[in-house]
Design a protein around this ligand. Structure first.
Ligand code: SAM
Length: 300
């Protein structure tokens, strides 16, 4: 890019108005520092302060772009208190940026409570879109993403994780999970237990970084793939799972409906046997499902 075209593009970023008394929600890179948008840089230079999840991280990021601004810590433990302070400054005419450590604020990251409070105070919130790991993963997966369901992080505990997965079994949409490296093996084990083995799974690992990897296989092959190389459990992950085939979703819904009626009236084994006669489905699978439904009831 020539100097004059760079000046032109920054000039274009400035064309849109950036009013005072506004909170600017700005997406930042998820790995590659170059994935910042021209508008994000323009607004980061313009604002009076930057509210951020971790002042050290954001300080380092801003210094890569030569931006020096007062930083305000705004993390999951102080969002409500900090929102009041930001609102006071916005009401006095400030422009404030809100960023998280990586990606889009408020997407499995702090920010939503601040945005909610700022909007409730009648102040303007402007998004500056950019990187998000979920969207990057979907775009490179080849899975159909006309419809997707963002799950984010699964609960850490086994029983709660199972309960979270059960209602997702019949969704036709592609499922999107975030996962930390120390839980990726447990996550995949839970997916393998809950969903049909023939579904496609995608591991989108270390996106935009040196060791980026997007691997797609059947769910039945996923645990072996992960275990076959210690490096594969390292780094940051988005896991995508193909949605349920439409017919399977309908069958499952009908089985759940029948089982729930029967479970209210008779013991588990008998409910599974009667459901097998009514639905013409396998007794063992219905017994397992009845057990899950009962467990879900006891957790709820
Ligand atoms: N707000 C962020 C976004 O818009 O994507 C997500 C923040 S969340 C705290 C962090 C999780 O996002 C990680 O545990 C991982 O699941 C996913 N993630 C972030 N960066 C990633 C990357 N470079 N590659 C793969 N997954 C990533």
């Amino acid at each position: 890019m020539t100097q004059s075209s760079a000046a032109t593009i920054f000039g274009e970023a400035a064309l849109q108005g950036y009013p005072v008394s506004t909170l600017y929600v700005i997406a930042t890179p998820i790995g590659n520092v170059c994935d910042i948008t021209v508008r994000a840089l323009h607004v980061l230079n313009l604002v009076d302060a930057v509210a951020c999840e971790d002042t050290r991280n954001t300080g380092q990021l801003l210094s890569r772009y030569g931006v020096v601004k007062p930083l305000i810590a705004a993390h999951q433990h102080n969002e409500r208190e900090v929102a009041d302070k930001l609102i006071a400054r916005l009401q006095a005419g400030a422009r404030i940026a809100l960023v998280s450590d990586a990606g889009t604020p408020a997407v499995s990251d702090p920010g939503a409570r601040i945005v909610d409070a700022v909007r409730a105070a009648g102040l303007r919130v402007m998004p500056l879109p950019g990187p998000s790991a979920a969207i990057a993963a979907l775009s490179a997966s080849g899975l159909l993403s006309d419809e997707f369901y963002f799950v984010g992080f699964l609960p850490a505990k086994g029983k709660q994780r199972e309960a979270r997965l059960q209602p997702l079994r019949t969704l036709a949409a592609t499922l999107v999970f975030y996962e930390a490296p120390h839980r990726i093996a447990d996550c995949v084990e839970a997916l393998a237990a809950a969903f049909e083995p023939q579904r496609q799974i995608v591991f989108a690992r270390e996106l935009t970084k040196l060791f980026e990897q997007v691997h797609r296989c059947r769910l039945s092959e996923a645990q072996a793939w992960l275990a076959s190389d210690a490096h594969r459990e390292k780094g940051e992950f988005v896991v995508l799972l193909e949605g349920a085939p439409a017919a399977a979703g309908q069958d499952q819904l009908e089985a759940d409906r029948v089982l729930q009626i029967l479970l209210a009236e008779c013991p588990l084994k008998q409910a599974a046997a009667l459901a097998a006669q009514i639905l013409g489905q396998k007794k063992n699978a219905l017994y397992e499902r009845a057990l899950e439904l009962k467990n879900m009831q006891s957790i709820a």
